[in-house]
Design a protein around this ligand. Sequence first.
Ligand code: AMP
Ligand code: ZN
Length: 114
Amino acid sequence: MSDCLFCRIVAGEVPADVVAANESAIAFRDITPVAPKHSLVIPREHYANLVEVAAAAPGTVTAMIQLAGEVAAAEGIAHDGYRLVANTGAAAHQTVFHAHLHVLGGRSMGWPPG
Ligand code: AMP
Ligand code: ZN
């Protein structure tokens, strides 16, 4: 989708600080981090949210989670722990409607989330 920011990152039309990638997904640092380590994992194909990825391409969900694990290891947060977040829909604070997983770590996390 030419009007989708994350599709434009996949296409190389918008720069991103890429941390890791595999055949189905790309991980790059969030431009407005809310934790010391904050990356996004997105599918190369456009889907509006993670549930739509699961419905259409379940293998891509697995690839995204595997990549999130690689990001956590590369960022040094795998041992202490990290949070995977998939905001789904406007009420959950999804602002970019191309599926993504937040990989958040480097500090203690509160619960419940805001
Ligand atoms: P969400 O609110 O769950 O839809 O998350 C979207 C995320 O995308 C936010 O954390 C933004 O900071 C991040 N974001 C927006 N534009 C960019 C960009 N050009 N590069 C990296 N991250 C971005
Ligand atoms: Zn897209």
